[in-house]
Design a protein around this ligand. Structure first.
Ligand code: MG
Length: 458
């Protein structure tokens, strides 16, 4: 059964009632608890883990099961209730926990749920730590507590308050409030609606909230991409709003619709946030190798530098810490500001974008226009692990003249674009991402790779 589950650096994900059941979740709780116990006591008292969940109806069941597993290994649990992923990361640090757990399958369809793990610093485990937890889960290598040493459970309903305070500390509340932005918010009936409405009210915005019920019954496919956000685009137009924000169910990703009701693309979320931060502070940006060149352009204009990392939120967060970056994130609409937390946070994105519009007096379409436009194409193809090296070598031959980065697969940088080829961490496929100034150029790079691949694989 367990081989059908997806177990990656992001935790565990599966289909509820099929391969993701209460007993699987309890075992995963035991594995995480045993892993934390193996790190040694962080305090004299037993270790504590805080747990939160997005709005999926299976969330309470899985949270209870993970809690049971953690308590069985002697870990105390603080139940944060229905909260966003970044809220759990903030509370893990705030409450000096040894770890955090989020019951979420992020943007996956409704039949899925998952168990996302965080360390006490509020950062996702490294690949090595994730591998240790996975092995404990598969081997059922658990360090069970005896009766007097089982963990206890308490509740904490302060996550929204702490999270909003962190956001307000990085934003000029008066400046944003003076703009009196009219915002349409689409939280897809996920965990983001409640806290984001509170934040937008604090920032003096007029809010039209759609799909803000936190019922877990997603009003549309939950990934915040163009084809799923037609309702938001319409609502921005009908309400003559200044901006539309879309969150995924656990509210770590943010997509933006401009004042004309046009979806501008998730790559612009980090770009706009970076544009704002670099207008105020000098410093570096960290992002993964699959993220748009827009951030290089923005960094270049302010004399900043971009640190490129392997794909994965924890890789970006580690690079941000190492290089003391002022902003970071991923092209999927996930923005990280170390002053708030170490995970992607849609509220961070909202704060920076609203402040950018307030300070410049420009509309979202004008700001996106200033950044410029690239064409990005993504595709994946089946590739067994044994073939990966051969395919990467083939790509190196095909693009022999390009600047090469092998941090995560191969990224080839050309004068007028780039191509990133890497193996997926979760399925036997390889992903190709190409970006160029226009579609024909992007297609030409992709075609060169496809032709070579066909010669090799047929
Ligand atoms: Mg998410």
């Amino acid at each position: 059964m367990s081989e059908q589950l997806i177990i990656s650096v992001s935790g565990l994900r599966g289909i509820v009632g099929e391969n993701l059941t209460a007993s699987v979740a309890a075992d995963y709780g035991c594995a995480f608890g045993s892993f934390l116990q193996s790190l040694g006591p962080s305090t004299e008292d037993a270790a504590t883990v805080c747990i939160g969940r997005d709005s999926r109806t299976s969330g309470q069941m899985l949270a209870s099961a993970v809690t049971a597993g953690l308590c069985a290994t002697g870990i105390h649990v603080v139940d944060l209730g229905l909260v966003t992923t970044p809220s759990v990361a903030i509370m893990a640090k705030e409450l000096r926990c040894s770890g955090g757990v989020v019951i979420t399958a992020s943007h996956n369809p409704i039949q899925y749920n998952g168990i996302k793990l965080l360390l006490g610093s509020g950062i996702a485990p490294s690949a090595e730590q994730a591998a240790q937890i996975k092995q404990r889960f598969l081997d059922k290598s658990f360090a069970m507590a005896d009766s007097p040493h089982c963990g206890r459970v308490s509740c904490n309903n302060q996550a929204d308050t702490f999270h909003i305070a962190k956001i307000l500390a990085i934003v000029d509340k008066q400046a944003v409030a003076a703009r009196k932005c009219k915002v349409v918010l689409d939280s897809v009936n996920g965990a983001g609606g409640r806290i984001t409405k509170k934040l937008l009210a604090e920032l003096g915005c007029e809010v039209v909230a759609i799909n803000d019920e936190a019922s877990g019954l997603f009003a549309h496919s939950p990934e915040p991409i163009a084809r799923n956000l037609q309702g938001l685009c319409e609502a921005v137009k009908t309400n003559q709003a200044d901006i539309g924000f879309a969150q995924d169910p656990d509210a770590d990703r943010l997509a933006i619709v401009d004042e004309t009701g046009t979806y501008i693309g998730e790559e612009y979320t980090l770009a706009l946030a970076a544009k704002h931060v670099l207008s105020e502070r000098t410093g570096k940006i960290a992002t993964n190798l699959s993220t748009s060149r827009m951030v290089d352009d923005i960094a270049g204009q302010s004399g900043g530098e971009v640190i490129r990392t392997a794909v994965g939120e924890a890789n970006v967060a580690h690079a941000m810490l190492e290089h003391d970056c002022v902003i970071g994130g991923e092209g999927n609409g996930g923005v990280i500001d170390l002053r708030v937390g170490l995970v992607r946070d849609s509220l961070v994105g909202i704060a920076h974008v609203l402040q950018l519009t307030a300070e410049t007096g420009k509309t979202i379409s004008q700001l996106a226009g200033q950044i410029g436009r690239y064409h990005m194409t993504k595709e994946k193809f089946a590739a067994e692990p044994a073939q990966v090296e051969q395919i990467l070598n083939l790509a190196k031959e095909t693009f022999a003249g390009a600047k090469l980065d092998t941090t995560d697969g191969c990224r080839f940088d050309f004068e007028d674009g780039w191509l990133h080829l890497r193996a997926s961490n979760t399925e036997p496929v390889m992903r190709v991402i190409v970006e160029a100034k226009d579609q024909p150029t992007a297609e030409s790079y992709l075609d060169r790779f496809r032709t070579a691949r066909t010669r090799l694989l047929g």
